[in-house]
Ligand binder design. Sequence first.
Ligand code: VGL
Ligand code: ZN
Length: 221
Amino acid sequence: MDKTYKMEKAALVVADVQNDFCPGGALQITDGDKIVPVLNRYIKLFREAGLSVFITRDWHPPKTIHFIAFGGPWPPHCVQGTKGAEFHPEFYVPKEAIIISKGDDPNTDSYSAFDGKDERGKGLADSLREKGVRRIFVGGLATDYCVKQTTLDGLKAGFEVTVLEDGVRGVDVKPGDSERAIDEMKRSGADTSTFENIEKEKGGARGGTEDTEGRAKRKAG
Ligand code: VGL
Ligand code: ZN
């Protein structure tokens, strides 16, 4: 890990773990449900460390340019208030988590969590800055859409971004889309990590001294 900001300034962003993106759903992602236990472990890890957890949901009106019938690329999915828009039943949503809804504007796709708002109307970037977050860890569905766009927007907004390689799955409309998305995120400045590495980094950060910016002076590990 060579990121400037260690876990003290981190938050977790988990994208769209909703029924419609899981097997049996309207826009099912192969093995989309397989990441649920992995993401649950990340969420517990971040909560136990007192770090913020943001959970996004794709939250479309019945009529949107996002859907095929209205000129878009997708079959109807994650329509507000439907079963398909609910979180996967085994997905752990802690009560402290901040829920970010996106895609409710009928005139845009809004893949990025940075386009979404919490229930009080606050956007993700404002919320992160308010909490002093400098680095985000991004997981969830889908690698080639929400995860990618959230990562690229996060980097553009000046956050350090780590993609959770073991906690993402992609739609792969064209085979290889997810791999290409990971490459693009890396080329744009993101790094990737796994649960094991992050657990180690968190452990390594414990007891490290910090300067006034909160940078750990001691290398993790
Ligand atoms: C997404 C496809 C359609 C996403 C949303 O958030 O990844 N993908 N709608
Ligand atoms: Zn959508």
